[in-house]
Design a protein around this ligand. Structure first.
Ligand code: PGA
Length: 249
């Protein structure tokens, strides 16, 4: 049985005051039954997240990482630095990294491999643009993004990591994929992994991302192959993120 994972991607939002208020708000609302939860603050706030969340059931992670281990890479942050800050997870290949910062499939696979090698749990983000969906290329695009990592890391690379299916047209737009649309792509992804190893595929958590909120989460996460959510806008206020948690527990 796959446990729901609720992941909050804060993107480039926050301040020290906001991080304290948000994390204290999440910690103040405990529940006996809770999905796994992780927050992804910007790099400068990871130490603050570590000091507030250490020993709590909420994990923290980073929004990206360098594929390099160390050295002359001005502005980059390595996997071992993230581990040093107590990170458990790291996002890899978010569509904003791919489109705004030019990360291609090979770059994303290199980052995924670096995270795995360091002992982090990478969450590989995949998803098609609106044009690609309209041209009925959703499966081809998602397959290409997935296979780049499968080829580089092997199917064993998904023993520890996770996948987030985020249709680009649903991110930050308020336009969520329907549960049927999302389930179809999630089943496709799981099938691709199962083709290589069905035990790993059966255990793999596949999150849905794109305008998830407290009103639509329950219907999405009820579907067979949707194992949680990668949440942007609705993860920036404790009450909104908790509304999603409470809708699914
Ligand atoms: P959103 O962002 O929930 O604001 O659509 C999701 C994401 O980009 O991970």
């Amino acid at each position: 049985m796959r446990k729901i994972l609720l992941a909050g991607n804060w993107k480039m939002h926050g301040s020290k005051a906001m991080v304290s208020a948000l994390l204290e708000g999440l910690l103040a609302a405990p529940r006996r039954e809770t999905p796994d939860m992780v927050v992804f603050p910007p790099f400068p706030y990871l130490a603050q997240a570590q000091s507030l969340l250490a020993g709590s059931p909420i994990a923290w992670g980073a929004q990206t990482l360098s594929p390099e281990a160390q050295g002359a890479h001005t502005g980059e942050v390595s996997a071992s630095m993230l581990l040093d800050l107590g990170c458990r997870y790291v996002l890899v290949g978010h569509s904003e990294r791919r489109t705004l910062y030019g990360e291609n499939d090979a770059d994303v696979a290199a980052r995924y491999a670096a995270a795995l090698a360091a002992g982090l749990e990478p969450i590989l983000c995949v998803g098609e643009t609106l044009q690609e969906r309209e041209e009925e290329r959703t499966e081809a695009v998602v397959e290409r993004q997935l296979e780049a990592v499968l080829d580089r890391c092997g199917v064993e690379g998904f023993e520890r990591g996770a996948v987030a299916y985020e249709p680009v047209w649903a991110i930050g737009t308020g336009r969520t994929a329907t549960p049927d649309q999302a389930q179809a792509v999630h089943a496709f992804i799981r099938g691709k992994v199962a083709y290589r190893n069905d035990i790993i595929a059966g255990q793999l958590r596949i999150l849905y991302g794109g305008s998830v909120n407290g009103s639509n989460a329950a219907d999405l996460f009820a579907r067979e192959d949707i194992d949680g959510g990668l949440v942007g806008g609705a993860s920036l206020k404790a009450e909104d993120f908790l509304a999603i948690r409470d809708a699914v527990t």
